[in-house]
Design a protein around this ligand. Structure first.
Ligand code: AMP
Length: 151
């Protein structure tokens, strides 16, 4: 397998740039929102993937969805966090990528989202591609093309 340095932009795939599933924080469909908020606050991420017990991707849950759900008429009703499960409120209308997709496919996918989930043909979760990884690759290629150094 070629190293990333040996690959031209057109040879780089989503698999080369993604964060693999074992390094991605996630929650499960049947977790209460309380648990999801804890994961989000502790990791500092604004949203994480939602998986079922077989590790298939089912959606994404973020802090803003959770806060909206707990917003009552006059105050945040945080006691509701333990009564609602992640699958009741998660975002299910999400784009996905596959490992074999190209750099440009990945770039198009992260224009509207800070990260996009990567799955196989049966929706088993493989990892995520972040906008940061796409931008870093673009920077590296720019510097390579211009033969300058960077940190
Ligand atoms: P970053 O590229 O670090 O700015 O991440 C952008 C977004 O991608 C974060 O706010 C999270 O929603 C998601 N993300 C990045 N890395 C991880 C990870 N290791 N586990 C779960 N979500 C992640």
């Amino acid at each position: 397998m070629d190293s990333m340095e040996d690959k031209t932009m057109s040879q780089v795939t989503v698999k080369d740039l993604m964060i693999p599933s074992e390094k991605v924080a996630h929650v499960q469909t049947n977790n209460p929102l309380e648990h999801a908020l804890l994961v989000l606050v502790k990791t500092g991420y604004s949203a994480v993937p939602v998986l079922n017990s077989s590790y298939q991707l089912k959606g994404i849950i973020g802090k803003s969805i959770i806060l909206n759900e707990t917003l009552g008429l006059e105050r945040f009703e945080f006691e509701r966090l333990s009564e609602i499960t992640v699958e009741e409120v998660m975002d299910t209308d999400i784009p996905v990528l596959h490992e074999h997709h190209s750099y440009i496919d990945g770039l198009k996918a992260v224009i509207n989202d800070p990260f996009v989930c990567v799955v196989d043909n049966e929706q088993y979760f493989d990892g995520i591609l972040t906008r940061r990884a796409i931008l870093k690759q673009a920077r590296n290629n720019y510097y390579l093309a211009n033969q300058t150094t960077y940190q």
